[in-house]
Design a protein around this ligand. Structure first.
Ligand SMILES: Cc1cc2nc3c(=O)[nH]c(=O)nc-3n(C[C@H](O)[C@H](O)[C@H](O)COP(=O)(O)O)c2cc1C
Length: 148
């Protein structure tokens, strides 16, 4: 069990400013810091932003994932942080992403609006595994969109 990997999923409510320009700068700062830390700690994952909510998947060793989540919970840029899942995994779903960010492309927005209609955009309606597969699908779509 020493080297086993874990996946943590949570969602939270945004406290960053609403206006698009400030939000974009704040997210950029947050992602740069997160990616540097995650590279150092061997953490991969994805962060989704939509309709005022964040959903994030972190995968890596248990001690590193728990330490990152401790810091994330204290962060005043979001609140009402709700843990959805913490499970052992066989392999990473986001091996190439120190922290992918989903929420930029038009395609992603369209895709999410369909999911929103189905789930009412309520992250509590999704469990950790569903959040993980949703983020993975959206990440792959977004990756494809940016490659073209
Ligand atoms: C929505 C959200 C997601 C975050 N994701 C990560 C992350 O994946 N990894 C990380 O180290 N910090 C993440 N952070 C930032 C942490 O809360 C914290 O500011 C940072 O880890 C502090 O790093 P430092 O101790 O090196 O200054 C996130 C913050 C927010 C609001």
């Amino acid at each position: 069990m020493k080297n086993s990997m874990f996946r943590l999923a949570y969602y939270s409510h945004n406290h960053l400013p609403d206006d698009a320009a400030t939000f974009a700068v704040s997210i950029q700062e947050l992602l740069e810091k997160s990616r540097a830390n995650n590279l150092r700690d061997g953490i991969t994952g994805a962060l989704l932003f939509n309709k005022g909510c964040f959903a994030q998947v972190l995968e890596g060793s248990l001690d590193k994932v728990e330490a990152a989540f401790e810091r994330i919970q204290q962060d005043e840029r979001h609140g009402d942080v709700s843990l959805l899942a913490l499970d052992p995994i066989e392999q990473r779903s986001f091996p190439n992403w120190a922290m992918g960010f989903i929420g930029k492309s038009q395609k992603c927005a369209e895709r999410f609006s369909t999911i929103g209609t189905l789930s009412g955009f309520d992250p509590t309606a999704l469990n950790g595994g569903e959040i993980q597969s949703l983020l993975r699908d959206l990440a792959l779509e977004e990756e494809t969109a940016y490659q073209s």
